[in-house]
Design a protein around this ligand. Sequence first.
Ligand SMILES: C[S@@+](CC[C@H](N)C(=O)[O-])C[C@H]1O[C@@H](n2cnc3c(N)ncnc32)[C@H](O)[C@@H]1O
Length: 218
Amino acid sequence: MRLRNIPRAESTVQAHRTVIRRPEDQKGCWRQVFQNRSPIYIEIGMGKGSFLLNMAKQHPDINFIGIERYTSVLLRAVEKYDTEEFQDLQNVRFVCMDARNVADVFAEGEVSRIYLNFSDPWPKARHAKRRLTSTEFLERYEKILCEKGTLEFKTDNTELFNFSLEQIREAGWTLLAFTYDLHHNEAMNRGNVMTEYEEKFSGRGNPINKLIAEKRNF
Ligand SMILES: C[S@@+](CC[C@H](N)C(=O)[O-])C[C@H]1O[C@@H](n2cnc3c(N)ncnc32)[C@H](O)[C@@H]1O
């Protein structure tokens, strides 16, 4: 998702109290940012933030960090945070960065869970390494996830989903659960919070795929 250029996006996002401007400076110190010892869950490619904000509201005992590459998109999330429904949440921060650099921003084992929702499919084979579920990205996630840390991935794109299942296996991660039809899988759908894309695609009748995987144990 890349919204048209919005001139005020950069300044509004950078000035917002929930946005961490130099995230590398917080590496290993994220608990101090939140001033508690709650687990840290991150969402990579957060888009307009509906999932992250609703999760944070439902789980005040978890710290949530939303990562998004474009300020024009992140602007929508901070605007949503500023609404009456979310403005008092203490357990939310946003970071504008390319997820390629997550290991520069989080220390070893600092993150307990990673959410990937409706990640860009990069359909051309030569772009496979850019997919957020490729083994190249799993290696980066492995560095920042704690022992038994998990990855949760949802998409309506079955080709990308099958690719992701293969990559999880290839990387030696443990597949804990998966479904090709989340909204009709009672156990996996319990407590499900929909993302903007999930609302859109399931509204068109597309089934939603979901997998949960645990990082490789040494
Ligand atoms: C298709 S949208 C999905 C948005 C949201 N997760 C949802 O489900 O509604 C994918 C988002 O991931 C962001 N994104 C893609 N690659 C990224 C990367 N390497 N680092 C950070 N964000 C990324 C895009 O800018 C876009 O906003």
